[in-house]
Design a binder for this molecule. Structure first.
Ligand code: SF4
Length: 426
């Protein structure tokens, strides 16, 4: 057993799990391949948040059936949100799969590879950290207690469980020693981090502890929930030098009735006040958000309140999606998915066009300014990195710049990225 291939779909939590599994398999001496056909171990890391994502996973599983028939020794693993506590139904549907692993539970595959290779997996399992690059994701909690009516995550990832501060700091130190300069602390709702731990440390306390890890230059966190973002967390974001001035704060809908049907736990006004507070206390903060159009029963005037929110708040980035029913959610059981598909598409287009014009203006305002960029990698012959505000920045140079923190003067902008020349670098 010499090689592996990991296919990943879905959110950053899944990307973090895949990075950790890659790291463990690398440590066991396997190398990654470009295609599943070449690999001895094939892993699909699945997502079920949207039907289209689940359909893609099922399609991949279908294509692996023949591959497995041709090479029965190949190990096929399915991980991520498609895998719940009980796997009998999945085992029946997908006999080509050898190992099923719920999110963040990577040990079964690592142990199986250990058995087949004769390599003791204990060390690899014990230090499951992200594969080192310039930046790395660190899960700080798993699961979610919110049960928003449209969301399947609490059913698939379970109730919220936090890792200890010491555990997260230890992983950050390990990553720092392996060359990582930026960490992103991940959870479905990072603002409720720690309520289940002795002494109830919160995200602010965790940020302060991670801020003390010398090798790390930058800290980010994803995803926040408007109901749980406390003053203490905001003050830590404002006061800690390594915590980047960027907050992803999903609002989902602008109308209070829609928010109530979504079971989000706040009103549009409460969200607006929170944004005001964050902007007051964290100078130069950038804001991104998630929103859903065409949720059950959303009228045109209710949708207009979502557009108003986008127009008034002027986010730096908006992740927009048209609602689609997920079996097993509260909305699927109790609400009718009654906005016609054409109307959903039109609403999505209206949001995206408005947001594109806002991003063009916000980014255009950065022309001629200097920003601090952590150089992350190369793409299409250009070096790229991100500013502390999470702007994608392209600059001239080669591989040797990767890992540098460069001061870059912006000389051109688009709604999606900035470009500039390096003024100085460290
Ligand atoms: S906060 Fe809501 S949308 Fe986010 S993971 Fe939890 S239930 Fe899903």
């Amino acid at each position: 057993m010499h090689s592996y291939h990991i296919w990943t779909i879905g959110c950053q939590m899944n990307r973090a799990d895949s990075e950790r599994l890659e790291s463990a398999l690398d440590q066991m001496g396997l190398r990654s391949t470009l295609t599943p056909v070449e690999a001895d171990v094939v892993v699909l890391n699945s997502c079920v948040v949207r039907q289209s994502a689940e359909d893609k996973v099922v399609g991949m599983l279908g294509s692996l059936r023949q591959v497995k028939d041709d090479s029965p020794d190949k190990v096929v693993a399915l991980m991520g949100c498609m895998v719940g506590a009980k796997t009998q139904e999945l085992e029946r549907r997908f006999p080509q799969v050898d190992v099923f692993m719920p999110p963040q539970q990577l040990q079964p595959l690592v142990e199986l590879v250990g058995e087949r290779t004769g390599i003791d997996p204990a060390g690899c399992v014990g230090t499951l950290t992200a594969r080192p690059g310039v930046n790395a994701y660190i899960p700080i909690s798993k699961g979610c207690d919110k049960f928003c009516s449209f969301c399947i995550i609490p059913y698939r990832r379970g109730r919220e469980v936090s890792r200890t501060v010491a555990d997260v700091v230890h992983e950050t130190e390990l990553l720092g020693r392996r060359g990582v300069r930026e960490v992103t602390l991940l959870g479905q709702n990072v603002d409720s981090y720690g309520h289940d731990l002795p002494g109830s440390p919160d995200l602010g306390d965790l940020l302060a502890a991670v801020n003390g890890v010398g090798a790390i230059e930058r800290i980010r966190f994803l995803t926040s929930h408007p109901s749980d973002m406390s003053d203490h967390i905001i003050d830590k974001v404002a006061g800690l030098d390594k915590v980047c001035e960027h907050v992803n704060l999903p609002f989902q809908a602008g109308d209070d009735e829609v928010l109530s049907r979504m079971r989000r736990g706040y009103t549009g006004d409460q969200y607006r006040h929170l944004v005001e507070k964050v902007r007051e206390r964290v100078p130069n903060v950038s804001l991104s958000t998630d929103l859903i159009v065409g949720f059950c029963g959303e009228t045109d005037s209710q949708f207009q309140r979502t557009l108003d929110m986008v127009r008034d708040i002027r986010f730096d980035k908006v992740h927009s999606a048209a609602y689609s029913t997920r079996e097993g959610t509260i909305a699927a059981r109790k609400l009718a998915d009654d906005v016609p598909p054409g109307e959903k598409r039109a609403r999505l287009k209206a949001v995206d066009e408005l947001q594109e014009s806002i991003q063009a203006e916000i980014n255009g305002g950065l022309l001629g300014q200097t920003v601090e960029v952590l150089v992350e990698g190369t793409r299409r012959g250009r070096v790229q990195g991100r500013s502390r505000n999470d702007k994608l920045v392209y600059l001239a140079g080669g591989h040797d710049r990767i890992g540098e923190v460069a001061t870059v003067k912006i000389d051109s902008t688009s709604p999606w990225s900035l470009s500039g020349a390096v003024v100085s670098a460290a």
